[in-house]
Design a protein. Structure first.
Length: 109
């Protein structure tokens, strides 16, 4: 009980400004934590929305790339078929295969 009385006597001697400052510091600390948590939740929501949008764009880009790759593959197969046919025709006519190939290739700049 004497410890309680000693603490009470000490606290009575502390000026009211110290209590006011402690209360303000506690209020600012709690307010800061509230703002931090609210801001953190907003940022997490923004990042999740951005991740979802990026995922959707990735799916669209993959589909577009697949279509382009199929078109390129079809074009490549057509060119290979034409070259093979030209080589076979050159062999059948007893001509030089390279001359036949280079005569049908498109000109490059």
């Amino acid at each position: 009980m004497t410890a309680f009385l000693a603490i009470r006597a000490f606290l009575k001697g502390v000026p009211w400004q110290v209590y006011a400052a402690a209360a303000l510091l506690a209020a600012f600390w709690f307010y800061g934590n509230h703002q931090y948590k609210a801001g953190r939740a907003v940022e997490i929501a923004r990042f999740e929305a951005a991740a979802e949008k990026a995922q959707q764009e990735a799916v669209i880009a993959a589909a577009s790339a697949d279509k382009k790759e199929q078109a390129r593959a079809a074009e490549f197969e057509a060119v290979q078929g034409a070259l093979t046919q030209e080589i076979e025709d050159a062999k059948a006519d007893d001509r030089n295969s390279l001359d036949a190939i280079f005569s049908i290739l498109p000109a490059t700049d």
